[in-house]
Design a protein around this ligand. Structure first.
Ligand SMILES: [Zn+2]
Length: 275
């Protein structure tokens, strides 16, 4: 089964450095292209995966870009040297001088799993927001079960940030209003397609202004239920058109309209040239 979009799409959150893609990464990229996904932003979640993401972007100039950051799960690894390493990665350029690493992140707070102590998460998050402000790069944000603290820390930095996307937003209309109040972009994944747990998100989504909306797969995670038969367990960027369909349906808008808006937003937000 294949799902494709006639309109070009951009997947703003793909964990393409994940070991689940080790064996067939180039086919995954090819299938995405065939499905209409003209560009992908590869998520960095640690120094190691950020470095790997930058290398992928270097090998696929004009199609893949990277983020560099430390996910709240990995906040314990954050130390005095981390910012310098991230700064170096964020300056990476292609052979013709192209920007390869277009955002700081994934960073934020995750009190749902608490893989790192909360105090370490807050410190790591605030430091990366400071770095993004210094470099004038947008931030790619992760928040789970930490809305109040997250909003407070982001609020302190928001004015000096160039742009902020709350990736894989799953929250309520009230939480959404908090983010929109800080002029955030909102990233929506296939979480929306999971009827058992997407109630909040489905109520919130119609309030997102089209010019603030971005779409993503978060592959290999969050496989849309419709693709279980054809894809087993692993999500991949070629399934982004399913997210587009779900978003258009829940918002009561045309597929083409949502595709054009989100692709334009992604190009502007990350400053992607040539895709
Ligand atoms: Zn995340």
């Amino acid at each position: 089964m294949s799902f494709a979009s006639e309109e070009p799409l951009i997947d703003i959150g793909v964990n393409l450095t994940h070991r689940q893609f080790a064996k067939d990464r180039s086919q995954v990229i090819e299938r995405a292209r065939a499905a209409g996904v003209v560009a992908q932003v590869v998520t960095g979640t640690s120094l190691a995966t950020s470095r790997a993401a930058a290398l992928l972007a270097r090998d696929h100039v004009g199609e893949l870009w990277a983020t560099a950051g430390i996910h709240p799960h990995n906040a314990s690894e954050f130390d005095a040297a981390s910012l310098a390493t991230l700064r170096t990665l964020l300056a990476e350029r292609g052979l013709a001088g192209e920007h390869l690493v277009v955002a700081v992140g994934e960073c934020g707070l995750d009190y749902d799993r608490d893989f790192s102590p909360r105090e370490a998460q807050r410190r790591c998050f605030a430091a990366q927001l400071g770095l993004a402000a210094e470099l004038q790069k947008p931030v790619f944000l992760h928040e789970r079960a930490a809305h109040a603290d997250f909003l407070a820390i982001l609020g302190e930095h928001r004015q000096s940030l160039r742009g902020a996307v709350v990736h894989c937003f799953t929250g309520s209309p009230a939480e959404l209003d908090g983010y929109l109040g800080l002029d955030c972009h909102i990233g929506v994944t296939g979480w929306l397609l999971d009827e058992r747990r997407a109630g909040d998100l489905r109520r919130a989504l119609p309030r997102v202004p089209l010019e603030r909306l971005l779409i993503e797969t978060d592959a290999p995670f969050l496989l849309p239920p419709q693709a279980k038969k054809s894809h087993g367990r692993r999500n991949e960027p070629a399934l982004l058109p399913l997210v587009l369909d779900g978003v258009a349906h829940v918002m009561g808008r045309g597929r083409q309209e949502v595709a054009r808006a989100t692709t334009g937003n992604a190009r502007r937000f990350f400053g992607l040239g040539g895709c």
